[in-house]
Ligand binder design. Structure first.
Ligand code: HEC
Ligand code: HEC
Length: 292
């Protein structure tokens, strides 16, 4: 499996800018040096940082922030349907933000994590989801610390282009909102108290035969709560973030109805850093990083 070191500032920036400049492929951000550095060799380019910043770096990967905001927080992933506003996902790294938009206070970040940033109800536009109830306050603080520290390279690795359904499900944080696939799985779906269901829907549900075509358009276009609703988790639009191949791979993995009963059991999930006491009861054993 190709795990690469998160970062290498300039290279990442160049890669992201190339994507932004309109390369045809709208797939996952290509991380620098894809496929080459092994986890063992990756120690070389890392710097010292506090445990909180390291946890933030890991969360940036596990919560799929890296998929939308790019490695090193350079932004630039196309958001082409958003004709009225920005045509890319914004950078989070102050180095790439204009001088009047610098992050100086962790609350500027934790508030967005809590409320999301709803910019458009048009289907297919990439909007910033609310992570309320998905991310606890220690995790939000760690993310903010990592962002404010300027995205230091602390040795966190990730797979730039996961190709197996369970890896895609994990890498794009489907798991963090929907819980592990299947009924009564661990972790469970995140609470979403202001909605009718009171939680994010679980996926791979034998009793709820949502057709694959419907799932596909949900995945591509996402869902946006009505204007004015705050603190509601919505389904991000992944159409410009996931490749077509990845979408084709993930759909059978989350199939509902009869197909769901025939699918093999999913792998055990590892908890996020700083999950602390909030870890689900009887949760999976914390197997560090890439188990497959
Ligand atoms: C599905 C894509 C997606 C994911 C995943 C995502 N973001 Fe965002 N994020 C966006 C978009 C698009 C915006 C711009 C929203 C706006 O303009 O209101 C944004 C905005 C932000 C902002 C405000 C930026 C500004 O310029 O004010 C912060 C902070 C942020 N995201 C942090 C994060 C963190 C931390 C994570 C991981 C927990 C994350 N995002 C995950 C798409 C995403
Ligand atoms: C930030 C949280 C979040 C993330 C991340 C997320 N989802 Fe969702 N998803 C939701 C919410 C909330 C809904 C329900 C939206 C609604 O009913 O309006 C939903 C709905 C869905 C549905 C429709 C389910 C049904 O029964 O109708 C599918 C399919 C789905 N998501 C797949 C995925 C996949 C695959 C991923 C990863 C690529 C993913 N989601 C990532 C929050 C999320």
């Amino acid at each position: 499996m190709k795990r690469v070191l998160l970062g290498f500032g300039l290279a990442a920036a160049t890669a992201a800018l190339l994507v932004a400049a309109g390369c045809a492929s709208l797939a996952t951000p290509e991380a620098p040096g894809s496929g080459s550095p092994s986890p063992a060799a990756s120690g070389g380019g890392t710097v010292q940082a506090s445990q909180q910043v390291k946890d933030g770096a890991q969360l940036y990967v596990n919560l799929a922030c890296v998929r939308c905001h790019a490695p090193d927080g350079v932004g630039g992933i196309p958001n082409r349907l958003n004709v009225g506003g920005d045509s890319t996902v914004p950078p989070l790294n102050n180095t790439y933000r204009s001088s009047d938009e610098q992050f100086t206070n962790p609350m500027q970040i934790t508030q967005v994590l809590d409320e999301g940033g709803i910019v458009s109800k048009k289907p297919g536009i990439v909007n910033m989801p609310s992570w309320k109830g998905v991310v606890n306050s220690a995790q939000a603080d760690a993310l903010a610390a990592y962002i404010l520290a300027g995205f230091p390279h602390v040795g966190v690795t990730y797979d730039p282009d996961p190709a197996k359904a369970p890896d895609i499900y994990e890498a794009y944080a489907c798991m963090q909102c929907h819980g592990q696939v299947g009924l009564n799985a661990t972790p469970p779906p995140a609470p979403n108290p202001k909605t009718a269901d009171k939680e994010v829907p679980g996926l791979r549900n034998p009793d709820d035969p949502v057709p694959q075509s419907e799932m596909r358009s949900f995945l591509v276009d996402g869902s946006i709560p009505d204007p004015g609703t705050k603190g509601v988790i919505f389904m991000p639009a992944w159409g410009q973030i996931l490749s077509v191949d990845q979408i084709d791979l993930i759909l059978p993995y989350i199939a509902d109805g009869k197909a769901a009963t025939k699918l093999p059991a999913p792998p055990a999930a590892s908890p996020l850093p700083l999950a602390g006491g909030a870890a689900p009861a009887g949760g999976a054993s914390p197997s560090p990083s890439g188990s497959p």
